[in-house]
Design a protein around this ligand. Structure first.
Ligand code: SF4
Ligand code: SF4
Length: 397
């Protein structure tokens, strides 16, 4: 095992290979406040890449309802339980250095290994993949009869976080900086591309041992029984190579996704939209950073969910992220409002951006303008009762 630095957990850790970061790293931000679980992303991926034999229950992109939805069944809770509790310790920010102000004191999947193991994990059963919509729309918490109306009638408005809650979690491969799938493969069939950090399985080398399926804590490598090899999300690399966003990003109905390049904290650039969201505003957080893989898909957490649950899932920055998002909603001039307006507005990869209170501009690395959008769109509200026609009207802005 080598010693590497993982900025998401604020410390060094063990990993099977020495640290080797790509020239630039594929990354993404998903705004969970906007996902409507329409599954357009899931189908876009399915029809593009996984409609063949042996891929029937394989979803490189899936959307599950939290807290009770899973694909495959129990993927996260089983691992969390097996790893045991871990604490985050606050540490003073170091002057001139970005990075985590928290240190994770539990065990990562690379540190919880037993003798002869490279990664701590488990392999789901075939049945666990058979119900990808299990738990869909099931809520957590209970509402006392009439409590919702009572709060509203008192003039206080709905309470946040809600007493009853759920949210949608779209997931793809995280193209991790320290991929567990890659570390676990005894054949060396999995590799991380130096030019963009995308993680791929070499189909000609793979012999179907399924060590990667066991190792990936996000369960984003799948075994194809028809071909006898493992397969996974390829980040639509033929599109990435042309400066285009992947299918699941381009087709997203809720415009919740932004694909780009993400840096380490010390190399973060303020005009790079992903760096700004992850390192400057710290509003986008990794999924289960405590697993230790430094995943490169980041999530803006949902504002209506209890903080404890968000911290368990996205780390200790959750409270700050939720507060920042809520402040931006109330502040017309907040740069986050402008940047959010750019999500889903161009099929091209946004490498730089510029924002002012009125409009946001997405640009390529060379400064070419890709799209320009207004931050606030005009809303027309009709009178509730049209006296001339004698009808009541419903406004749906
Ligand atoms: S999410 Fe899983 S499959 Fe994707 S790179 Fe990380 S470990 Fe590998
Ligand atoms: S297409 Fe977008 S809004 Fe629809 S489920 Fe996927 S991520 Fe959510």
């Amino acid at each position: 095992m080598a010693r590497v630095h993982n900025w998401q957990i604020g410390r060094g850790m063990s990993y099977w290979y020495p640290e080797s970061r790509p020239k630039r790293q594929f990354g993404a931000v998903f705004d969970l406040n906007k996902c409507i679980a329409c599954q357009t992303c899931t189908l876009a991926c399915k029809t593009t890449w996984t409609s063949g034999r042996g891929q029937e229950t394989m979803l490189w992109n899936n959307v599950e309802s939290k807290p009770y939805g899973f694909y495959p069944l129990g993927w996260d809770v089983r691992l969390l339980e097996a790893l045991g509790a871990g604490e985050w310790r606050a540490q003073k920010p170091q002057v001139g250095q970005g990075g985590a102000q928290w240190v994770y004191e539990g065990r990562t999947v690379f540190e919880a290994v037993g003798p002869g193991e490279r990664v701590f994990g488990f392999r789901p059963d075939d049945q666990d993949y058979a119900f990808p919509n299990v738990g869909e729309d099931e809520i957590a918490g209970q509402v006392e009869r009439g409590a919702h109306f009572a709060t509203r009638l008192s003039g206080a408005g709905p309470r946040v976080p809600h007493e009853a809650w759920m949210f949608y979690l779209p997931r793809i491969c995280n193209h991790c900086t320290y991929p567990a799938c890659l570390a676990s493969c005894p054949r060396g069939s999995i590799y991380k591309r130096p030019e963009d950090g995308i993680v791929l399985v070499d189909q000609s080398r793979c012999r179907g041992y399924q060590e990667c399926v066991r190792a990936c804590p996000y369960k984003k490598v799948f075994f194809n029984a028809a071909t006898g090899t493992s397969e996974k999300c390829i980040a639509c690399f033929p599109k990435i190579e042309q400066g285009l966003q992947p299918q699941c990003f381009e087709t997203c109905i809720g415009k919740i996704r932004l694909q780009g390049w993400v840096s380490t904290p010390e190399h973060a650039r303020e005009d790079n939209p992903l760096d700004w969201l992850v390192h400057v505003a710290k509003v986008a957080l990794p999924l289960f950073p405590q697993f230790g893989l430094e995943p490169n898909v980041y999530y803006i957490p949902p504002v209506h969910v209890p903080e404890k649950f968000l911290v368990m899932m996205f780390g200790p920055g959750a409270e700050h992220a939720v507060r920042t998002y809520q402040e931006a909603r109330a502040d017309q001039g907040h740069p986050l409002r402008a940047l959010l307006a750019l999500f889903g507005c161009t099929p091209r990869t946004t490498e730089r951006f510029r924002a002012d209170p009125r409009e946001a501009v997405a640009m390529s690395e060379a400064g070419e303008e890709l799209v320009r959008v207004p931050v606030t769109e005009p809303i027309f509200v009709r009178p509730g009762f049209d006296a001339a026609a004698g009808v009541a009207r419903l406004n749906t802005p």
